[in-house]
Design a protein around this ligand. Structure first.
Ligand code: SF4
Length: 117
């Protein structure tokens, strides 16, 4: 593998799931990305989690991304491709754009203690 590696400590994360201490692999080939992806269990077992509309599952997917060695390059690729949906690089995509906060369905809660991802 010839990919560059950086320390991600200085990279800001809008989700609060900063991958502190996780080295990031840059300039990786698609095959290298797939082999290093934390969401790749070899069976596609996490696909539903990463494409879920449920806030707890979105949050769990983002947590997995936070520890992923290819998070930066994954996010860059998703932005370039304008991914229509799913969690990529620790961000939730909707219609090709990052959705900073996913709100629960239905009426807004009376109390501020709402679940968000
Ligand atoms: S950053 Fe997240 S979506 Fe991208 S490869 Fe890693 S675990 Fe998968």
């Amino acid at each position: 593998m010839t990919a560059r590696v950086i320390d991600i400590n200085d990279i800001q994360d809008t989700n609060g799931f900063a991958a502190v201490g996780v080295e990031q692999v840059l300039d990786a080939t698609p095959k290298e990305i797939a082999s290093l992806a934390a969401c790749n269990d070899g069976r596609g077992g996490l696909v539903e989690l990463f494409y879920s509309d449920e806030i707890p599952e979105i949050r769990r997917a983002k947590e997995i991304c936070a520890g992923c060695a290819v998070r930066v390059v994954c996010l860059e690729g998703a932005l370039e491709r304008r991914e229509p949906c799913g969690v990529w690089g620790g961000q939730l995509f909707v219609s090709g754009k990052i959705l900073p906060v996913k709100r629960p369905r239905g009426r807004p809660p009376k109390h501020k203690e709402q679940l968000t991802a």
